[in-house]
Design a protein around this ligand. Structure first.
Ligand code: KG4
Ligand code: ZN
Length: 343
């Protein structure tokens, strides 16, 4: 497959991302543009799907113009268009899929439907210091918490996953409980920084279970019980609860991720998804991985959360690996789409 210029479109939730990736040796990521709807949804305390879809519609063309201008590329140079086919919000996915398929029809180029989590898994390959296959990936986002063995592009084996809430969801729900705004993850992490470690002890769900699964809904309930016990919280107490929550969730994520690397006989761990931006998670992981001589890789912060660059990259890699079949110009989105065994 000759080098290709791939346009990537991400619209699965509350971020519109458009990027241009050139698979030629000295190419790489040529331009990356993002619009976050966070402020619009904040007013409602969470993502409103219909508003998300409508906003994606109005953002896609300006973002496309932005990446073309930044890269100096014309539309005619685009060789393929990758877009997030799922999982995500149905209406939001449809906007990206319709946009990508329409543009690809106009340009007479192929499309590459991409699994959103594959984008996250491969995003560390955009870094200056990328991992090499095979590696274990800890994927922790607002909708998913999974441990995967990544053998190559398109070769993903599920090692463990959450049985209930995702890690990001647990951060968001706990943040809400403490009266913090949406999205709660970063706000809770910031509050936790000023809390006193060890003051509020919370359970470490499934820390000692023999498998690599997680469960976070009990932790959220434990926070709720503790908050009720304490009555009206002052600022110091809220910070202590945030700190206790972060300590608990980070300990479970770090222990299970390192165990997954050890049991798979590999030496590299990749952390992807929004929760991968958490500084305490990175600190603990780096410290404990160093002791076990495990190399940990993180995407750049801007590629931890949703973005078009990871979709463009995944599309380019799938094309390079010959994983893109000829499809008719019809499309469907997959709001629910398990990653393992489905590609
Ligand atoms: O990967 P992502 O952008 O979107 C999904 O695919 O879900 O992840 C978003 C999630 C949210 O739950 C957000 O609260 C969480 O990642 N998050 C964080 C931090 N930054 C984002 N959680 C903890 N600490 C952070 N610094
Ligand atoms: Zn995501």
């Amino acid at each position: 497959m000759p080098p290709m210029l791939v346009l990537g479109i991400e619209s699965s939730c509350d971020e519109t991302g458009v990027a241009l990736y050139d698979s030629a040796g000295d190419g790489g990521l040529l331009a990356n543009a993002l619009y976050s709807q966070v402020r619009m949804h904040a007013e409602y305390g969470g993502v409103v799907p219909e508003l998300a879809s409508r906003d994606h519609i109005s953002r896609l063309v300006p973002l496309l113009r932005q990446v073309l201008a930044a890269s100096g590329c014309s539309l005619a140079r685009i060789d393929a268009i990758a877009y997030t086919q799922g999982p995500g919000l149905a209406g939001a996915l449809l906007v990206g899929a319709a946009f990508a398929e329409a543009l690809a029809t106009a340009l007479a180029v192929p499309t590459v439907p991409v699994h959103h989590l594959e984008g996250h898994l491969l995003s560390p390959l955009l870094s200056a210091r990328p991992p090499r296959f095979p590696f274990v990936a800890l994927l922790v986002s607002g909708g998913h918490s999974q441990l995967m063995r990544v053998t190559g592009v398109g070769e993903y084996e599920l090692l463990g996953e959450t049985l209930d809430d995702a890690a990001g969801e647990a951060f968001d729900k706990t943040a809400k409980l403490l009266g913090l705004g949406y999205p709660g993850g970063p706000a809770l992490a910031a509050l936790a920084d000023s809390g006193r470690p060890g003051r509020v002890k919370l359970p470490r769900p499934m820390l000692r279970s023999a498998n690599l699964d997680f469960s976070f809904s009990g932790l959220k309930t434990a926070v709720l019980t503790r908050v009720r016990e304490l009555g009206t919280l002052d600022d110091e107490q809220r910070a202590d609860v945030a700190c206790g929550f972060q300590e608990a969730i980070v300990e479970v994520l770090v222990s299970k991720a390192l165990r997954a690397v050890r049991t798979s006989g590999l030496r590299q761990l990749v952390v992807a998804g929004g929760v991968g931006a958490n500084r305490e998670l990175r600190r603990q992981l780096d410290a404990r991985a160093a002791r076990s001589r495990i190399d940990v890789f993180y995407p750049e912060l801007e590629f931890c959360t949703d973005n078009g660059a990871m979709i463009a990259l995944a599309g380019a890699l799938r094309l390079e690996a010959g994983l893109v079949g000829k499809t008719a110009r019809a499309f469907a989105v997959r709001p629910r789409w398990p990653l393992s065994g489905a590609l």
